[in-house]
Design a protein around this ligand. Structure first.
Ligand code: NAD
Length: 286
């Protein structure tokens, strides 16, 4: 299988490495914005060659993975559409799905059947080819949001590739995907950025950071994520994210009332319920 990776960063690079380790690809061509990153990817044998643009990369590919920040997708799909062979399949790793599907429909037109949308629910706050690892998707979930136009063989090709990387496949429709991920991924990122931003802006920020320990580190780890990537995700999914922010604000309001009333029992009940829910989640996800 010849693979083209558009955006050879943490996700695109790890996908290529996983497939290489599984012996599923004969050649990987990469495209990107940064020559230095692409050369590093070639030095690390993540990719075998560098193409000048997405159109050139897609020309001979059996599978194309688009793994750039989601605001780049519309232009990338347009470029891929110029050279895509009838037997090729395009997939993506974008963290949002409604906008990605709309961009693909508009750019690929009648060839939309060749696009199988996906999202690996795995990753890290690291970025670039330097951070890519073959095992990133091992035992992790990949959500596919297939389109009614997709042929079963095209979906199978994408599923097989992710399975070869060690991932487990689940399916959602794009609406459901964006609603679910807004609650458990996009909102936490927004909150982590907000807390660090608030602390950093204070006159005594240096003092505050010097006392920040494990709890602060755990809560804010994801504020080290790539700002462009998260800008794009938040904007693309802003209607769902705003709904989640509203719910969270209501939750904070309820906690504020408990504190104002010095309602120790109420606070403890809430904390205990949250701890139980988290313990159950940890057990079921291990
Ligand atoms: P990354 O920053 O590590 O890699 C993105 C790469 O895309 C970079 O090398 C960048 O140079 C390249 N790029 C940017 N614009 C481009 C363009 N116009 N054409 C070609 N290449 C371009 O980011 P990542 O973490 O690998 O994320 C890639 C995609 O995967 C994003 O859409 C993100 O939403 C999604 N995703 C990320 C995670 C995560 O935790 N990091 C998890 C799941 C999905």
């Amino acid at each position: 299988m010849r693979l083209a990776v558009i955006g050879v960063g943490l996700i695109g690079g790890s996908f290529a490495l996983g497939l290489k380790q599984a012996g599923k690809v004969s050649h990987v061509v990469g495209v990107g914005r940064s020559r230095t990153n692409l050369e590093l990817a070639r030095d690390r044998r993540i990719i075998d060659s560098i193409a000048s643009d997405p159109s050139a990369a897609a020309r001979d590919a059996d599978l194309v993975l688009v793994a750039a920040p989601v605001a780049q997708f519309a232009r990338i799909f347009q470029e891929i559409g110029r050279s895509l062979a009838p037997g090729s399949v395009v997939t993506d790793a974008g963290s949002t799905k409604r906008d990605v599907v709309a961009a693909a429909r508009s750019a690929l037109g009648a060839r939309i059947a060749q696009f199988v949308p996906g999202h690996p629910v795995a990753g890290a706050e690291l970025s670039g080819a330097a951070a890519a690892t073959a095992g990133l998707f091992l035992d992790r979930r990949v959500v596919l949001t297939p389109l009614p136009e997709n042929r079963p063989e095209s979906i199978q090709r994408v599923e097989d590739a992710w399975k070869a990387c060690g991932a487990r496949i689940t399916r959602l429709d794009p609406e459901e995907h964006d609603a679910v991920l807004a609650a458990v991924s996009h909102l936490p990122h927004l909150l982590a950025y907000a807390l660090v931003h608030d602390i950093a802006q204070r006159g005594n920020a240096e003092q505050l950071f010097s006392y920040a320990a494990g709890g602060f580190r755990d809560f804010t780890r994801i504020a080290s994520s790539h700002p462009e990537m998260w800008r794009d995700i938040c904007i693309a999914n802003r209607d769902r994210l705003l709904q989640e922010l509203g719910r969270y604000r209501a939750q904070l309001g309820a906690m504020e009332k408990l504190l104002q009333a010095a309602d120790a029992a109420g606070l403890e009940k809430l904390f205990a319920g949250a701890r139980e829910a988290r313990d159950r989640w940890l057990k079921s996800s291990s």
